[in-house]
Design a protein around this ligand. Structure first.
Ligand code: PMV
Length: 304
């Protein structure tokens, strides 16, 4: 089946919207989709979200998950075709793991296969970016890029964006802790934008600081210096907290991870809820158990 990858942002979320570098990597959670024959309009089926409905092309009637599907069909010139688009997501919704971009990529690829459109990865990425614009307003483009290419990368926004593949000398183990609280990326991006309006110099200095942390993190990854990488994650978290995008639950998960021996921990993605990541080279089990004991969900992932 056609797939879009979920992702974690290791460094640089939010600052990436203002031109700083960010480092992201796919996680082994994907969204898969297929298109099957149907003779009565366009149907959208997402079993995990309990969605099975006819897609409405009138924007005023559409629910949030219909909007990107309608946009994609419009852009690909397929609105007058009948079909059933089935989407199977392994990813929890709104947990800051790039689910919306992964859904868009999976649907575009499923349509590409079914209708033999011959879309390149760059074309898939560009259309998924348009979907992100509808969902988030001013996305940096990092989510759709990792969802499309499915490999670790360093990203800097621009026209065109700078996308450098990142080679890890060896895989790195992380734990993802989920707050269970929906992260509304658009709301968090707006919060940062408002804060910056009130205090441009301070915010721009923090973005520069995050860019510097990302640069040092790249060095640490290349040297496989995980102690240093963890320390930089903690610094990055401090700056993200300064931007106002952390939350009580995220801070709790971060403290639990550090107390259980994680080398570093920070929120990942939009924040406000959603997920955090902890660097756990050899104590992932203990960190997962600590997080679960506090009543949250956690999973181990290996990057690279
Ligand atoms: O919440 P997520 O996984 O969609 O990540 C958002 C990342 C931000 O930097 C906050 C926004 C963006 O467009 O890059």
């Amino acid at each position: 089946m056609a797939a879009g990858h979920g992702k974690i942002i290791l460094f640089g979320e939010h600052a990436v919207v203002y031109g700083s570098r960010a480092i992201a990597a796919p996680v082994p959670l994907a969204v898969r989709a297929r298109v099957v024959e149907e003779d009565d309009g366009v149907w959208l089926v997402v079993p995990r979200w309990g969605v099975e409905q006819r897609l409405r092309m009138d924007p005023s009637k559409q629910r949030s998950f219909e909007v990107p599907a309608a946009l994609i069909l419009n852009e690909l010139g397929l609105t007058d075709r009948s079909m059933r688009i089935e989407v199977f997501s392994e990813m929890p919704r709104a947990m800051g793991l790039g689910g919306s971009a992964a859904v868009a990529v999976a649907i575009i690829r499923a349509l590409d296969r079914h209708f033999e459109l011959g879309l390149s990865d760059d074309a898939v990425n560009a259309l998924a970016y348009q979907c992100e614009c509808v969902a988030h307003g001013t996305p940096s483009g990092i989510d759709n890029t990792v969802a499309t290419f499915g490999r670790p990368l360093v990203y800097r926004k621009g026209d065109p964006p700078q996308i450098d593949p990142l080679e890890l000398p060896k895989p790195i183990n992380f734990v993802i802790g989920m707050t269970g609280i929906e992260s509304l990326t658009a709301k968090m991006v707006a919060r940062v934008r408002d804060g910056r309006k009130r205090n441009p110099d301070v915010y721009d200095t923090m973005f520069k600081g995050i860019d510097a942390v990302s640069g040092q993190a790249l060095e640490a990854i290349r040297r496989y210096d995980l102690e240093r990488l963890g320390e930089l994650m903690n610094v990055c978290q401090g700056l993200l907290n300064g931007l106002g995008v952390s939350s009580w639950e995220l801070e709790e998960l971060i403290q639990i991870s550090r107390e259980n021996g994680a080398l570093g921990a920070k929120l990942t993605g939009g924040g406000g809820g959603g997920s955090m990541i902890a660097l756990c080279p050899d104590n992932a089990g203990q960190v997962v158990a600590g997080i679960q004991e506090a009543g949250y969900q956690a999973m181990e992932v290996r990057i690279g």
